[in-house]
Ligand binder design. Structure first.
Ligand code: NAD
Ligand code: UDP
Length: 313
């Protein structure tokens, strides 16, 4: 049994990770400031004696004795991370410094939830880990993209200077139950709009692409990455290579919900990447991992979740 700290443990991905690690027989501590996360995501775990919840902001130092740290604390939806860009940079950068400092002191292994956004609006397709990216340093997305890029720099620097045991995952668009209904990301937006019979908001012409990964596949990738041999630190892409246009996603959601919602076109936000698809050759080789859940199956599970949630509101 390991004792494991998850920053951002009450968020969408963090809550699934709490479930999985407790099921695997570990002791889990969720640290969260509830900016975008919710106690609702972890309330079913509160009676578990091996689960602890701490309200804390990762921009402030924190001390605890653990074996492993998963550093997930950071808003992930463009609406949320652009709400207070300075705080977003602080969360990524000071959060990484604080968690790496902790890992150094207590000799814990630490995994960083990085992102495909480090590739920006990519000029290389599909994206491989050795692509350095195409990021606007002063655009609307830069607080998130550059914050995550500096966090990667801090991770490799703590390894080089202080021998901290690190792992870096570059996560591509992930969806599933426990996303916030007002999260603003495309999968939750489309499903909630379809279920409520509201217009489906397509930004731009809807021909931009994304590759959507179901959350269970990501969690399996996380666990395998944490357990890789010590010399393997990543960064490694974790995503589903199935690439869809936003219009295709909207049509799939309409088909699966049976909704009569209409598609409406809205302006494309600035710096919105045109295309995104992970090359997962490295994850296959080092982790023996690839996603198992196709888009349609994952969407059905997510639709069922939101259907239930909306009926309770
Ligand atoms: P989320 O917004 O649901 O979860 C983030 C969690 O971090 C929330 O519970 C939030 O309250 C918490 N948090 C934010 N700022 C904090 C702070 N200063 N101190 C403590 N807690 C704080 O997002 P998610 O989709 O679960 O993303 C989890 C991680 O994975 C993030 O680091 C994100 O950048 C990364 N990621 C996610 C995706 C995706 O598609 N879901 C893609 C790439 C990267
Ligand atoms: N998008 C959309 N309608 C929405 C929300 C998002 O057309 O209601 C588009 C958005 O412009 C982007 C894609 O869907 O091209 C994915 O957006 P999301 O915010 O989910 O993630 P990211 O852009 O960070 O990949």
């Amino acid at each position: 049994m390991k004792r494991i700290l998850i920053t951002g443990g009450a968020g969408f991905v963090g809550s699934h990770l709490c479930n999985r690690l407790l099921n695997d027989g570990h002791e889990v501590i969720s640290l969260d400031n509830y900016f975008t996360g919710s106690k609702r995501n972890i309330v079913h775990l509160m009676d578990n004696p091996y689960f602890e919840v701490i309200r804390h902001d990762v921009t402030m130092p924190f001390f605890i004795e653990v074996d492993e740290i998963y550093n997930l604390a950071c808003p992930a939806s463009p609406i949320h991370y652009q709400y207070n860009p300075i705080k977003t940079v602080k969360t990524s950068v000071m959060g990484a410094v604080n968690m790496l400092g902790l890992a150094k002191r207590i000799k814990a292994k630490i995994l960083q939830a990085s992102t495909s956004e480090v590739y920006g609006d990519p000029l290389v397709h599909p994206q491989k880990e050795d692509y350095w990216g195409h990021v606007n340093p002063i655009g609307k997305r830069s607080c998130y993209d550059e914050g995550k890029r500096v966090a990667e720099t801090l991770f490799v620097s703590y390894r080089e200077q202080n021998n901290v045991r690190i792992k870096i995952a570059r996560i591509f668009n992930t969806y599933g139950p426990n996303m916030h209904p007002n999260d603003g990301r495309v999968v939750s937006n489309f499903i909630v709009q379809a279920l409520k019979g509201e217009d489906i908001t397509i930004y731009g012409d809807g021909k931009q692409t994304r590759s959507f990964q179901y959350v269970d596949d990501l969690i399996e990738g996380f666990i395998r990455l944490m357990d890789t041999r010590e010399e393997f630190i990543g960064p490694v892409n974790l995503g589903n290579p199935g690439e869809f246009t936003i219009l295709e996603l909207a049509e799939k959601v309409l088909e699966l919900t049976g909704s009569k919602s209409k598609l409406v076109f809205k302006p494309l936000p600035s710096d919105d990447p045109l295309q995104r698809q992970p090359d997962i050759t490295l994850a296959k080789k080092e982790l023996g991992w690839e996603p198992k859940i196709p888009l349609e199956k994952g969407l059905v599970k997510t639709i069922n979740y939101f259907d239930q949630l909306l009926s309770e509101l």
